[in-house]
Design a protein around this ligand. Structure first.
Ligand code: SF4
Length: 206
């Protein structure tokens, strides 16, 4: 089974096939790598090729939002779907504006769309974030379905919660990329818990 995260050699990165470690997934899986390459070549959107070009053109220059727009333009995507969390309702209009100013049509859907109570999911009042009050469920499947209905070319995730993003990805017809993930503790920067591990150590365990 692949254990690349524990490799430490990363011979694949430089094409040094004579230095592959013992448990390297490159060994014995030629069929898989051939199949993947064939997929990239046959993909009518040529996503792998276009994203590699965006990567090199903006390497260390373009922020993620610019990369998303360059990638979208390169693929000929004109209508973007912005699936956002209401926790990022200040950021969503800003991102919407940037996309529109760059010539995109934008459809956007907030996570609480539908205004259905969490009770519909079987969440008891005491399990709510704020017991005793109306709490709308996050509705990632509906977010995706609404954007499917709007025929978006590319959907962009903005701060959906863990699991809700899983469901959005499952239900979206259009390809998806991520602008930001939800992390209420680190300003939506999950790697802060890795970079500042000495501060977060105790919070990463039960
Ligand atoms: S060299 Fe092999 S094991 Fe190491 S990171 Fe690359 S693919 Fe994974």
């Amino acid at each position: 089974m692949p254990k690349c995260a524990k490799c430490g050699i990363y011979a694949c990165h430089k094409g040094e096939l004579d230095k592959l470690p013992k448990n390297c997934p490159i060994t014995g899986n030629a069929e898989i790598f051939d199949k993947a390459t064939a997929f990239y070549k046959e993909d009518p959107l040529q996503i792998a090729c276009r994203s590699a070009r965006v990567e090199s053109a903006g390497y260390t220059k373009w922020p993620r939002i610019r990369e998303i727009m360059e990638f979208a333009k390169s693929c000929g995507f004109k209508k973007l779907g912005l699936a956002f969390c209401v926790g990022l309702r200040k950021e969503a209009p800003e991102i919407n504006r940037i996309f529109e100013e760059n010539g995109f049509e934008v459809e956007s859907v907030a996570c609480k769309t539908g205004a259905r109570p969490k009770a519909d999911l079987g969440i008891r009042d005491e399990e709510q974030v704020h017991p005793g009050k109306f709490e709308a469920m996050c509705n990632p499947a509906a977010q995706a379905m609404l954007l499917n209905k709007a025929n978006t070319d590319l959907n962009i995730l903005l701060g959906l919660c863990v699991g809700h993003d899983t469901l959005f990805i499952k239900h979206s017809d259009a390809p998806i990329t991520v602008c930001a993930v939800k992390d209420r503790v680190t300003g939506h920067n999950p790697l802060a818990a890795v970079y500042a591990a000495h501060y977060f150590k105790k919070r990463l365990k039960d």
